[in-house]
Design a protein around this ligand. Structure first.
Ligand code: ATP
Ligand code: MG
Length: 352
């Protein structure tokens, strides 16, 4: 197949990890007979510097026309003045919104060779394979805000349509995995959560009778995620709970440098990016871990291009490189570790 992939390297280590990932996609293209074209555009701080805005119109236009978007990271100390009018992160929020991306997928599958990097006991982690789906467009982060001398408010609202569409995405993933969906809310106190629970129950009963549904309150979910992570398959939740639970879940896998994400909407185009930030402390040194970005590219192959075998081959190649202890500094013993390029090349070699 032919696919147009828009590449947004962004800031900090973004350009390094993206540059290391493109050869992996090229190796997939040549092994499986596909043609991928890559078009680079600016987003984030680099876009502010060059165009005066974090999401230039040309970047958004290219993303709209593309089959998928691969993103590095945005932000950094250069643009973090709290009084600044424009910030790199606004570019990310704006492109997600413009593309209608409402479901943020974060797979958490601790790799055997990296278990020691997690603060959680290894025996709890063996066999953990969770997909967290966070709603991305509604809830308290987007509700009206007020502020006076003496108080402040944040409005939390959710519509039936917003809940239905993210639950359907999560349920479809559960159906293709182990057939179990855990919906997380706070229905004992929040009205939006009672709506969430009602809509989820109806959608699952009417459209996914083959997927088992379990409701969890967010406070007990936070506990169970660490005490019995193996019990979960797909977890779906609203925006703020998802923000908090996905960061918590990421600790199960050890290094931030191993965690991929996809942001999807109702169309095919999605944005694929590592969950970590621009890591300004190591930017420019060529030592960043590229695996999270490579695993994000695997999600791109699976979810935007429908290339399941190719996605699985990339994931297997990363696993094999980790098995062979091809570790960057974040995973290796102190003072050791290979550079970004070497780690990425280990994946390319295993795909060839
Ligand atoms: P953001 O606000 O953009 O999410 P952050 O403040 O959460 O950023 P990160 O940029 O994610 O921070 O970095 C957190 C720590 O993890 C830093 O010490 C950074 O060097 C390290 N880190 C992040 N990504 C990687 C990577 N790919 N390889 C190695 N180390 C990384
Ligand atoms: Mg962060």
């Amino acid at each position: 197949m032919h696919a147009d992939i828009v590449v947004l390297p962004g800031d900090g280590i973004g350009p390094e990890i993206v540059a290391a990932t493109l050869p992996v996609l090229e190796a997939v293209a040549s092994r499986y007979g596909h043609a991928f074209s890559f078009a680079e555009h600016d987003i984030g701080g680099v876009a502010i510097d060059r165009h005066g805005e974090p999401l230039p119109a040309a970047t958004l236009e290219a993303a709209r026309r593309a089959d998928a978007v691969l993103l590095g990271a945005v932000g950094g100390p250069k643009w973090s003045d709290p009084n600044a009018k424009v910030r790199p992160e606004q570019g990310l929020l704006a492109i997600r919104k413009a593309l209608g991306l409402f479901a943020n997928l974060r797979p958490v599958r601790p790799h055997a060779a990296a278990l020691g990097a997690s603060p959680i006991k290894s025996e709890l982690l063996q066999g953990v394979d969770i997909m967290v789906v966070r709603e991305l467009t509604g809830g308290i982060y987007f509700g009206d805000k007020t502020r006076s001398e003496t108080e402040a408010t944040d409005l939390c609202r959710y519509s039936v349509v917003e809940i239905e569409r993210v639950v359907r995405s999560a349920a479809a993933l559960a159906r293709a995995r182990r057939g179990h969906l855990t919906s997380v809310d706070k229905a004992n106190v929040l009205e939006t959560s009672r709506l969430w629970r009602d809509v989820t129950t109806r959608v699952m009963r009417d459209e996914f009778p083959d997927v088992t549904l379990e409701h969890q309150l967010v406070d007990s979910m936070a506990m169970h995620l660490l005490s019995k992570p193996r019990a979960y398959d797909v977890i779906v939740t609203e925006n703020m709970f998802g923000d908090i639970l996905t960061d918590e879940a990421s600790m199960l896998a050890g290094s931030l440098g191993l965690l991929a994400s996809a942001s999807l909407g109702s169309g095919k185009v999605g944005i694929y990016e590592p969950i970590h930030g621009s890591a300004p402390d190591i930017a420019g040194k060529g030592i960043a871990n590229p695996y999270a970005t490579i695993l994000s590219a695997a999600m791109l192959l699976r979810h935007s291009l429908g290339l399941e075998a190719e996605a699985a081959a990339v994931e297997a190649a990363v696993s094999s490189a980790l098995d062979a202890k091809v570790f960057t500094a974040d995973l290796a013993a102190a003072g050791q570790g290979v550079d970004t390029r070497t780690a990425a090349q280990a994946v390319v070699d295993r795909l060839a």
